[in-house]
Design a protein around this ligand. Structure first.
Ligand code: BGC
Length: 334
């Protein structure tokens, strides 16, 4: 008998569950459709960034305002991302947040979003034509910027590169472990089309040379932001140049994590016979900096950037005036 009552009870619960009507939205509630296109889900930093976009939108919902956020994975394929943007346009998104696969394709993508009259917030990968010094800002972009519904939210990668250089300059031996008068380094770069990779590569070294240090580049390779590539490239360089390598510069922390594994496997010790710096300040890397197994990193503030991107998207949804650029500061971690 008990068993029958139990089964009936379960059935009742299930039936009510199936037929229960969804909670009615309060009168006048508005749901905005937000399309978020990420260059690739398989990226440590962009995973933190995209999760924060989602949770921040959720936290801003009220009884009257809801955000229906669709996030898509560009799989590092520009053609795929271009289709995803076409779909967003067909679905009549109210605003699009876009992390481009290829900044060189920015104009084609921006033009179609603008033509569809959908506000656009570009994030993380600064289209080259928007370069901050203004030198490459051509008329076409000027036109788009005047449209006032397109903006870029990011961090100035020159700052992160300079901080990497400064971390080395401020060491007691200034990165010159063997005291031969020069800092001998290897550079592991992110996607070279990405301005973050270009600037970090350039400005980490510029900081040192501007400060009067002599440098020697033993090796400069592209690791495309990936941990496995960072490990492989660092292992190769250590095998080839051995103790000559004093500093390993990685354009991001994912590659630095790979490099750290290669350094360990080669029997070297960070802080003693080699230095290692990255960018992002992934939690794991912050722990390593504390433990001394990484020399330093630079906080790439995914919380600040994602919140700014969402705040601006909401301003656009409310037809508020916006700026065309929003910059979030990097912070040195050492
Ligand atoms: C981050 C990298 C990330 C890249 C993606 C950079 O700002 O530092 O970790 O892979 O953005 O575009």
């Amino acid at each position: 008998m008990k068993k029958i009552i139990f089964v009936l009870l379960i059935l009742a619960v299930a039936i009510t569950g199936v037929f229960a009507s969804p909670k009615p939205e309060s009168k006048g509630a508005k749901t905005y459709k937000v399309g978020v296109a990420i260059y690739q889900f398989d990226d440590n930093f962009m995973t933190l960034y995209r999760n924060e976009i989602l949770s921040y939108f959720k936290s801003l919902e009220t009884d009257n305002v809801k955000y229906n956020v669709t996030v898509v994975d560009g799989k590092n394929d520009m053609a795929e991302q271009s289709n995803q943007i076409d779909n967003f346009i067909t679905q009549k998104m109210d605003v699009i947040i876009l992390n481009l696969v290829q900044t060189s394709s920015a104009d084609a993508v921006i033009n179609k979003v603008v033509a569809a009259n959908i506000p656009l917030v570009l994030i993380n990968r600064e289209p080259l034509a928007y370069a901050k010094d203004g030198s490459t800002l051509d008329e076409q972009y000027e036109g788009i910027l005047k449209n006032a519904k397109v903006c870029y939210v990011g961090a100035d990668a020159r700052q992160s590169g300079s901080f990497q250089g400064r971390i080395i300059a401020e060491l007691p031996d200034h990165g010159d472990i063997n005291r031969d008068g020069k800092i001998s380094y290897i550079m592991i770069e992110g996607d070279p089309e990405n301005i973050d990779a270009q600037y970090r590569t350039q400005f980490s070294i510029k900081y040192l040379t501007d400060a009067g240090y002599k440098v020697e580049c033993l090796d400069d390779q592209v690791g495309n932001w990936a941990q496995s590539k960072g490990q492989e490239l660092c292992a190769n360089a250590l095998a080839k140049f051995g103790r000559q390598v004093e500093v390993v510069f990685c354009n991001n922390d994912a590659m630095a994590l790979g490099a750290a594994a290669a350094i360990k496997a080669a029997g070297r010790t960070v802080g003693k016979d080699i230095y290692l710096v990255g960018v992002d300040a992934l939690e794991e890397c912050q722990e390593m900096v504390k433990a001394g197994t990484m020399t330093g990193t630079v906080l790439n503030d995914h919380v600040g950037q994602s919140h700014k991107a969402v705040d601006v998207a909401i301003e656009l949804l409310n037809n508020k005036p916006i700026q065309n650029y929003y910059w979030v500061d990097y912070v040195m971690v050492k």
